[in-house]
Design a protein around this ligand. Sequence first.
Ligand code: A3P
Length: 314
Amino acid sequence: IIPLHMAFLLVSAYLLLTHAQGAPAEHGALLETLKSQVGLFSNKSEHYSAQVRPPGTSRQIPQTIIIGVRKGGTRALLEMLDIHPNIVVAATEVHFFDWDENYVKGIDWYRSLMPFSYGNQITIEKTPGYFTSPQAPGRIHDMNSSIKLLLILRDPTERVISDYTQVYYNRVESHKPVQLFEDIVIKNGALNTKYKAIQRSLYDVHMEKWLKHFSLDQIHIVDGNTLIKDPLPELQKVERFLNLPSRIMSSNFYFNQTKGFYCIRSDGRERCLHESKGRPHPLVNNTVLEQLYSYFREHNAKFYRMVNHSFDWH
Ligand code: A3P
């Protein structure tokens, strides 16, 4: 068994090597970003995203949006919900409510990016950037004040490390210099609280903005740590929140030892998430970890009070 940090180093070394030798075009950063955004497609999504409209279907504005958080497990949640026959999902991250250049294109542009659906199906899109966007809550409320929102969160420190890991790989792939996690997170001996990845993990700060526009019962929080360990119960809670019949079964999941994560079995196919999901993390210095845990502790406590629910975070 290779420890995670060793795997991280090995993969990094491999990436540097392939680039030094002139990596093939398909290893390009842009493509990787796209692939990581898309994650995987199911037969159902491919079918409904098709340009040709199947009879009896139309494109609908989402009745539910996965608003984040980045690296919380948003792709896994979307793909797992896509198993449900009454759910169709947008294939890519739309960034309608958080990017001004998309928002000005208007609601018809937004709808045009949604898959075709039947009357008994709900459309879901996920854009993890919405959770931390100052504009997204108000804009989503303007579109549909009674919308149901899904938010998937994981331990804030783990999320920071996952965020760092994603940026690390993207930088390696586009030949940009990389820094050690500790060198970014600690500046002049103190925690660098301006680091964007740390800011994104301040769940209380972001949640406060959403609760100015939506009531708590409109926002269902999925425990991203639990979704990794045991996906079905978390998905059943979402089915109930969306008032959908229970259709996702334990037989829809199998644990893939090589990937170290649950993969999906549906439509007669078995598939794991893209390789950019579930990557090994670097081994982080214990003192730095403790500094992060203690920084987030107060924010977490405030968040628990805000949502009347505690999580098993450090
Ligand atoms: P890591 O790659 O850091 O482990 P997002 O899709 O929001 O970017 O979240 C990515 C995270 O989803 C991964 O972070 C991984 O931990 C988590 N995840 C949850 N369930 C997963 C699954 N079944 N397969 C792969 N990754 C999963």
